[in-house]
Write a protein that binds this ligand. Structure first.
Ligand code: G6P
Length: 605
């Protein structure tokens, strides 16, 4: 999704800005641009192609400057055409880049038109540009501070003005922005990752902050207009670029990294201990009587899986809700409910807003399960558990999902233990099973050649059904999501028991029905559902545990999984579904790591 990079330096900064955009590319975008102050004027280059194209343009036109801003745009207001690409100018004096959405842009646009400002783009961003310009009287920092008072919605912005050649001003509200500190130069970015290689010292701005960057100084004012000190943090982990190695795509690499990512996420300790979730977790966990899980996309499906664990292992009532729904509906708050937000990025706008909403309703204890230690969500919650998936580049989430499952299983077991629902023997068994997971995953990954054979048939389909039951229903949902995201095949998932209440009408020879078949208490029921499909000529593609005795037959294609893995089975069963989606997408020749219209980190609502 949209990305911002900005810099004030004493050297030509264009290559640093372009490199920053490159580092943000994986998040998804449809146009990009860069502006610098050159010869006292703002000059820009914009492209509706890739950052590489923008790079070529700036080389050809010899665009150079010591103060600059740059952007990758994921279209919201206005199509992805050059006129709408950022940086956006106001009267050739001011340039701005913006992430987020301004809700009152129509009112502001009318007001600014009345003042003689002409609008060239369809963006809400142009409203901010003209608004700041209209308030400018020699002090950009002051004009931005005043302008932000008129903006409703979410934004992170970086602005420069021709009359202040060594200054970049930034502001944030609802979208992330960080300041990178250098020697005699300073930077701004929507994600610290963009500045790897330029600095490892960062100031994470807070909601409502406005900052001014000059060569030697960074000033921050808080939402009340008072000077604010923000901690400087050393973030070394942002090191070098992630290499693809022997893999064709990052998604494939990330699928194969799962044994390592999971082993890094499993706690070292031989016991489940509340303090794994934060210093105050033992007290907080003792006070709660239920859980409210909020998340989006794949992270929502890990929450759905966790509900089964939390209710069966910890016997604690658990509600799971899509963040964008929860934030806008009337709900009945329970201050004794632990609010759990699950997010790979920790920056998803809807999940952040849902968390704030829950806090405003009086929910006292909050926990984030997140893959980015420095993210907004981790900073906003009382408790946190970090997944150690490492950077995930592919838009379709894989290793972030399975590591979230590990984290949530540990949460269920910890609460189960605290509530006296698991014995010491059970605890030791769970720990042993967790430790064995990486090896079990390696044996599932070894099924890749069989899955490739299936994927060739899938690549010729336009629809697919996914079935699962109980704990594996969310896994069927995740399998269908993966297939539609990257192969563009329409896929839907159902709890297998619902088949006869509607989707059975879709079953013909042309409809592949992917079935997740673990050897659990619902196996016999699932076998009946399989027969219902076969009787209608449907083609079944079943991932069956070795001990299920489901074998190849007419209309029944089976890939044999390892022995049943008990409650942790969903972590194994999702992997062949990831591989099926991946290889089907490869056969169809789609852009696997950057599927059309999607973004890795959705920082607008
Ligand atoms: C986007 C990504 C998904 C992800 C979802 C939630 O839609 O494409 O892969 O599951 O956002 O992201 P989060 O970072 O909050 O887990």
């Amino acid at each position: 999704m949209c990305g911002i990079v900005g810099a004030v330096a004493q050297r030509n900064i264009v290559s640093v800005l372009i490199e920053g955009l490159r580092r943000l590319e994986y998040r998804g975008y449809d146009s990009c641009g860069v502006a610098v102050l050159a010869g006292g004027e703002p000059k820009r280059a914009r492209s509706v192609a890739r950052v590489a194209d923008l790079d070529e343009q700036v080389r050809e036109t010899r665009l150079e400057g010591v103060t600059g801003i740059a952007h990758t745009r994921w279209a919201t207001h206005g199509a992805p055409v050059t006129d709408n690409a950022h940086p956006i100018f106001s009267r050739n004096e001011l340039a701005i880049v913006h992430n987020g959405i301004i809700e009152n842009y129509e009112t502001l646009r009318d007001m600014l038109r009345g003042k003689g400002y002409e609008f060239i783009s369809q963006t809400d961003t142009e409203v901010i540009a003209h608004l700041i310009q209209s308030l400018y009287s020699g002090d950009l920092f002051a004009a931005v501070r005043e302008a932000t008072g008129h903006l409703h919605g979410a934004y992170a912005i970086a602005v420069l003005h021709k009359s202040q050649p060594d200054t970049v001003v930034g502001a944030r509200q609802g979208s992330p922005l960080v300041v990178g500190l250098g020697e005699g130069e300073n930077f701004l970015a929507s994600d610290a990752l963009a500045l790897a290689g330029s600095t490892d010292r960062f100031m994470f701005l807070e909601e409502g902050d406005v900052c001014e960057l000059t060569l030697e100084k960074v000033r921050v004012f808080d939402r009340d207009g008072k000077p604010a000190a923000r901690d400087v943090r050393q973030v070394a982990a942002y090191g070098g670029a992630v290499e693809l190695g022997p893999y064709r795509h990052f998604m494939q690499k990330e699928i194969f990294e799962q044994p390592r990512a999971i082993s890094d996420t499993i706690p070292q300790s031989d016991v489940f201990d509340a303090s794994l979730f934060g210093e105050t977790a033992p007290k907080a966990f003792a006070e709660i009587d239920s859980l409210l899980i909020l998340a989006c996309g794949t992270s929502y499906y890990s929450g759905l899986t966790a509900k089964y664990w939390l209710e069966s292992i910890a016997k604690i009532p658990t509600q799971v809700e899509i963040a964008s729904e929860y934030r806008y509906r009337d709900s009945v708050p329970n201050p004794k409910s632990l609010v759990v937000v699950i997010s790979q990025s920790g920056e998803t706008a809807d999940t952040i807003a849902a968390l704030k909403h829950a806090q405003s309703l009086g929910h006292k204890h909050t926990l984030s399960v997140c893959n980015v230690a420095t993210s907004a969500m981790v900073r906003m919650t009382e408790l946190s558990f970090l997944t150690h998936a490492g950077r995930e580049i592919g838009v379709a989430s894989t290793k972030a999902f399975t590591t979230q499952l590990v984290a949530l299983f540990v949460l269920a077991a910890t609460l189960g233990k605290m509530r006296g629902n698991i014995s010491a023997k059970q605890e030791a068994d769970y720990i042993r099973q967790l430790r064995h997971l990486p090896a079990a995953l390696n044996s599932v990954l070894a099924l890749e050649p069989q899955i490739i054979a299936w994927s060739e048939e899938f690549s010729r389909k336009e629809n697919a059904l996914f079935l699962g039951r109980g704990l594996h229903y969310p896994i069927a949902l995740e399998g269908a999501l993966k297939l539609k995201e990257i192969s563009y095949i329409h896929a839907e998932a159902y709890p297998a028991g619902e088949l006869k209440h509607g989707p059975l009408a879709l079953v013909t020879e042309a409809m592949p029905v992917v079935t997740v078949a673990p050897n659990d208490a619902l196996l016999e029921k699932l076998k009946s559902n399989i027969q219902e499909v076969r009787a209608r000529g449907g083609q079944l593609y079943v991932f069956a545990d070795a001990d299920t005795k489901i074998v190849n037959d007419e209309g029944l294609h089976v890939i044999r999984m390892p022995e049943h893995y008990g409650l942790l089975s969903p972590i194994l069963h999702v992997v062949p579904l990831q591989l099926l989606a991946y290889h089907t997408a490869c056969s169809r020749g789609t852009d696997v790591d950057k599927p059309r219209n999607l973004a890795k980190s959705v920082t607008v609502e």
